[in-house]
Each structure stands twice: as C-alpha cells, then as structure tokens.
Design a protein around this ligand. Structure first.
Ligand code: FAD
Ligand code: EPU
Length: 342
C-alpha cells in the first residue's frame, strides 16, 4: 500500500479525547499527520483553507473555550533515533508525535542522563520546547540541542538551535514572537553518558533516602513520578492541564514588604527578582478545593484547575479570572495563565 501524502480530513470532529481538560468541543476540520511526507500536502491544505489552523500534540496544555472553527492538525509522527554520539554525549532525535514520557523512559533505559527530572510530564515531544517544559529543578533547555521545524506560510524548513529558541521560564520564541508560525517536526537532545544527578528539588532526595534507594536515573525517575502522582490529578480521572497559572516573579523590594505581612511565604530566587509559588497565593486566598458546578480548584494543588465532568472552557476561564482578581487584590501580584486559551 502506498503511503498517503495528502492528509485525510474529517469534518465536525470531536476533540474531547484530544484535550486533557476533557472539553466537549468540535473542530470544523481535523487531520492527523503520521509522516513527514504529508507535510507539503498539509501546508497546501492549511494555506488554501480559509480558516485558522491549530497544531495539536497531546492536548495537555490547552483550554478550549468554544468549538474550533478551523483545521486542527494532530501531530502523530513517530520515531526515535541516535543521530550522533561520542564518549560523553548521545544526540537523540525524537519525532514530534512521540509521547514525552515514553521518550524519557527510552533515554533512561540507555543510561542517557538529562531528562529524568522531567519524568511523567504529559504531552508530546514536539510540544515540549514550546513552553520549555520544566519540573523538579530541570527544564528541557538544559538538554536541548536543536529542533527541525517548517514554516506554515512559506514551507521553508528551518533548524533552531538553543540560542534561536529564546527559552525562558515556561517560555520560548514559539510561544512568543513566532507563535503559530512554525510546525515543530522533531527535537534533538544532547544527553550525558556520565549523568550528574539532581535530587535537590523538593522531596526527591528524601524520597530515595527513606527507601534506601541508590541515586540513579531509574530511581530518580521513579521518585519524581511517585511524588507527581501524589500531588497532581490524573487527567484520565479528572480533567486538567497541569498548572493553570505561571509562578509570578516580584521585585526584592515587593517581596520584603510582603514578608512583613506573610512571614511564611515561600520563595525561590529568580535572577535579580524573587519567584513566589502561585499555588501558595491561591491557597491563601481560600480557593484550594473550591468548586462551582463542575469547575474547580484541585484539593491537593491549588495551581491546578479541574473539570469535574461537564464544565465548559468558559466556566473554567471565569473561575481563573476570579482567582487572578483575588490574588491581585490581596497581594498586589498579577498571575497569568500558563495554559494556552483557545
Ligand atoms: P498541546 O497541549 O497539544 O499543545 C500546546 C501548545 O503547543 C499549543 O499552543 C499547540 O498549538 C502547540 N504545539 C503542539 N505541538 C506542536 C508542534 N509540533 N509544532 C508547533 N506547535 C505545537 N508542563 C510543565 O512544563 N511541567 C510540568 O511539570 C507539567 N505537568 C503537567 C501535569 C499535568 C497533569 C498536565 C495535564 C500537564 C502538565 N504540564 C506540565 C503541561 C503540559 O504537559 C506541557 O505543556 C506539554 O509540553 C504539552 O504537550 P502537548 O503535546 O500536550 O501540547
Ligand atoms: N503550595 C501551596 N499550596 C498549593 C500548592 C503549592 O502552598 O496548593 C506551595 C508548596 O507548599 C511549595 C510551593 O508552593 O512550597 C511549590 O509547590 P510545588 O513544588 O508543588 O510546585 P509548583 O510551584 O506549584 C511548579 C510547576 C509544576 C512542576 C512543579 C515541580 C509552574 C507553574 N508549575 O509547580 O509544573 O511540576 O513546580 O517542579 O511552574 C505545569 O507546568 O503544568 C506543572 C505542573
């Protein structure tokens, strides 16, 4: 059978299984890309279709507030390849549609270090650079080598190296000035064959010590996966998109003032400024465990908004606005969504 190079389009397509909030919305058109050979046909489709398009990975960082009147492109290309290696490093490329955590497991099984602290983050490899995913003291920028992308408008293929990506906290050029302009096709990571372990964040070190587990890639991944499971809701059981808000950064002066009123306020250094956990701010405002209809704030992590079943995206967004306003009123701090609102 010959491979299709023109992607098949389905109309009036339910996106409910394609977003971790479980929003029951439809796309007027939907297509799935399983091979890079389909890219020229896809670009023709996008550029002749007189409606917007949206590139979709695992749908775990999106909030649909309405039906999507346009073309949703689900990236489902698969494949992992070691493209180069020397005594110290392996350069490993994964296609955009590979599941992130499966890829992390693949790297750990070969004893390649760098991604283990990012275990169990939902979503796909192709989306990971968009917000420079981070957890437990690591971000993908620390192990990122380059990515291959194609311009939606011109069809030009382009390589982006770390310096081109403008990685920051939950930020990159693809969420900033180049938003929506490129489709990420594959990502290559530079992984260490002599891993340096990082167990300093939160309770990772204690978790291993209490269980007498030696510090290695597998055990760090296990510890982080278990800690994550104890804090964060599983989207299969309770719709959510992880942290709904970013942790805000305030000046040292503002932080000192706040400490006068709230001496127990946790904080992390962030260059010349101070990062404050939004989960703490939201909890202090009384929102933790709050529920209005089917829209709610998770009982174990106030940074996570949840859909108990039939909440609409608008209901979740309205709740988010109420939370933002109350944090502003009480602390004079603006918090902003991390999730992509569609
Ligand atoms: P999607 O939600 O499908 O897409 C996200 C954005 O990327 C959209 O704007 C989309 O248009 C764009 N996009 C997707 N693929 C491509 C592509 N190939 N080319 C161009 N644009 C593309 N994030 C963290 O950083 N740290 C965490 O610890 C973390 N924990 C989470 C825990 C839970 C329970 C959940 C549900 C989410 C968590 N997240 C976390 C958020 C989420 O997992 C990440 O943002 C992830 O990278 C999203 O991947 P995705 O494939 O689901 O992206
Ligand atoms: N906290 C509270 N109440 C809460 C939640 C948190 O007081 O309801 C306090 C905790 O006690 C702790 C601090 O806030 O002192 C930080 O909490 P935690 O370690 O759970 O991390 P976080 O800042 O809430 C961030 C990321 C997560 C990531 C974890 C672990 C952001 C926006 N979120 O959460 O990322 O997994 O650290 O590194 O930076 C995501 O992006 O979707 C995500 C889940």
């Amino acid at each position: 059978m010959t491979e299709r190079t023109i992607p098949e389009v389905q109309c009036d397509f339910s996106l409910k299984p394609f977003n971790s909030f479980g929003m029951d919305v439809k796309a007027s058109a939907f297509t799935e890309i399983t091979s890079e050979k389909q890219i020229p046909g896809l670009l023709r489709l996008i550029n002749t279709f007189e409606k917007p398009s949206l590139i979709l990975g695992g749908g775990s960082n999106l909030l649909f507030t309405r039906d999507f009147d346009g073309l949703v492109v689900h990236m489902a290309t698969k494949g992992i390849e070691i493209v180069d290696e020397d005594d110290d490093f392996a350069y490993v490329r994964a296609m955009a549609g590979e599941n992130w955590d499966d890829f992390v497991k693949y790297c750990i099984s070969r004893n390649y270090g760098g991604l283990e602290n990012l275990s169990l983050i939902p979503g796909n490899v192709g989306s990971a650079p968009i917000q420079n995913i981070g957890a437990y003291g690591a971000e993908i920028k620390d192990s990122f080598y380059m990515l291959d992308a194609v311009s939606v408008k011109t069809g030009e293929f382009r390589e982006f190296y770390a310096a081109d990506c403008q990685f920051g906290y939950r930020q990159s050029v693809f969420k900033g000035e180049l938003r929506g302009q490129y489709i990420i096709l594959s990502v290559t990571f530079k992984l260490s064959k002599r891993p340096v372990f990082n167990t300093t964040y939160g309770s990772v070190g204690d978790f291993l010590k209490e269980r007498n587990m030696p510090v290695n890639l597998q055990n760090i991944s296990f510890a982080i996966s278990e800690i994550r499971r104890s804090k964060l809701p599983d989207p299969i059981e309770l719709g959510n998109a992880g942290s709904f808000f970013k942790n805000p950064v305030v000046s040292k002066k503002q932080f000192r003032n706040l400490l006068g009123f709230y001496p127990d306020m946790p904080s992390y250094p962030s260059g010349e400024q101070v990062k404050v956990p939004a989960g703490w701010l939201i909890e202090k405002c009384g929102w933790k465990g709050f529920r209005d209809g089917d829209a709610g704030v998770h009982a174990r992590q106030a940074l996570v908004l949840v859909n108990y079943g039939n909440a609409t995206g608008t209901q979740i967004l309205n709740l988010a606005h109420r939370i933002m306003e109350s944090v502003k009123q009480r602390f004079e701090i603006d918090i902003e969504p991390e999730v992509n609102i569609i």
